[in-house]
Design a protein around this ligand. Structure first.
Ligand SMILES: [Zn+2]
Length: 343
């Protein structure tokens, strides 16, 4: 019964689109939005929030003519099951301390079914990089125009191609990825996974943070950056238009993404095993991850004066010398904690 309703709505949207914008709408995505049309034709204007039938990205020439038709959840048809967002206000496992307003389901989605994968959303990024489609992913998506500008700024900062390996993910697709977070920002249109040939992940994390990103994680194959504290794109989330619901949180790390109880567990999970010659430290807890893949680990042992005497990527062995050492653990490129050890 639901599917029938969705199909009818989808058909309705197509008809409206052609009737108001002429033959260009839905065929080359250069149609104007409804607000402009209703103003220019002096016809009664529709409520501002719901009036746009397309979302227009800057495109390669910055003329804002790279447009994608917009639909509501009710118009997703047979793919609706891939776009079931968890309600942050009722979900008991929603992480404490996170801003629930930033995790609401989008009101609108871009309908990508007829949008060329090579469509330039901006000078250096095409539709298939940030809004990929397939039968597994689905054919609708959300990507923030503000974050697209950040990616262009990132591209300018490194002066080389930014190789994107993940932008938007539907909740259904995200759920099929082993290890990916239930509330991964990839589902909200403000996250990117990427690499840049010849530029270290730690340098890329600095650039992301300098461009207002509030979270990053470094994996062996890529870096994840997201802008979870930046106001959502009102084209997809009209509730974000009126108020600034996003709150400035500064930069967050893996450690910030877990609650107090988990932090205690984490500290207990760093086990020091005193051997006859060496003390070994292992991190035995799974940390929250945005993506599937292996987070980088880095252990360092420093003297109290800050001199690094040992550095490892899997486990760390405290040297034979006796004295006071500081053990530092970084997971995903973010500092997790320090522990003083005496032997
Ligand atoms: Zn990611």
């Amino acid at each position: 019964m639901k599917i029938k309703k969705y199909s009818r709505s989808l058909l309705g949207a197509v008809v409206i689109c052609f009737a108001l914008s002429g033959p260009s709408c839905g065929s080359d995505y250069k149609g104007r939005n409804l607000n402009e049309i209703s103003k220019s034709s002096n016809s009664p204007s529709l409520p501002e929030k719901n009036a746009r039938v397309e979302i227009c990205y800057p495109g390669a020439d910055r003329q804002r003519k790279s447009c994608v038709p917009k639909v509501t959840f009710a118009q997703l048809g047979a793919e609706a099951s891939k776009y079931q967002y968890i309600n942050p206000f009722t979900e008991p496992t929603f992480p404490r301390g996170f801003n629930k307003d930033q995790y609401r389901a989008p009101t609108f989605f871009g309908n990508l079914t007829q949008v060329d994968p090579r469509l330039s959303l901006s000078e250096h990024f095409v539709r298939s990089e940030l809004l990929p489609t397939s039968s597994a992913r689905g054919h609708f998506g959300v990507y923030s125009k503000t974050i697209l500008e950040k990616l262009e700024a990132l591209r300018a900062a490194v002066g080389r191609p930014v190789v994107v390996n993940s932008g938007y993910r539907s909740p259904g697709y995200n759920g099929t990825l082993q290890g990916a977070a239930k509330f991964s920002r990839h589902q909200y249109g403000d996250a990117v996974d990427f690499a840049v040939n010849g530029v270290s992940f730690s340098r890329l994390s600095e650039i992301c943070l300098s461009l207002g990103a509030s979270y990053f994680q470094i994996y062996r194959s890529h870096i994840h950056c997201d802008w979870r504290s930046t106001p959502l794109d009102a084209d997809f989330y009209p509730h974000a238009a009126d108020t600034t619901l996003a709150r400035a949180q500064g930069s967050l790390s893996v450690f910030d993404a877990i609650d107090e109880e988990a932090k205690l567990q984490l500290e207990a999970a760093v086990q020091g095993t005193a051997g006859s010659e060496n003390s070994a430290f292992l991190l035995s807890m799974d940390l929250p991850k945005e993506d599937s893949g292996e987070l980088t680990h880095s252990w360092r042992i420093l003297t109290p004066s800050g001199k690094v005497i040992e550095s490892q990527t899997d486990q760390v062995l405290v040297p034979e010398e006796s004295g006071v050492f500081e053990v530092q653990v970084e997971v995903g490129g973010a500092h997790v904690f320090n522990q003083r050890v005496k032997r």
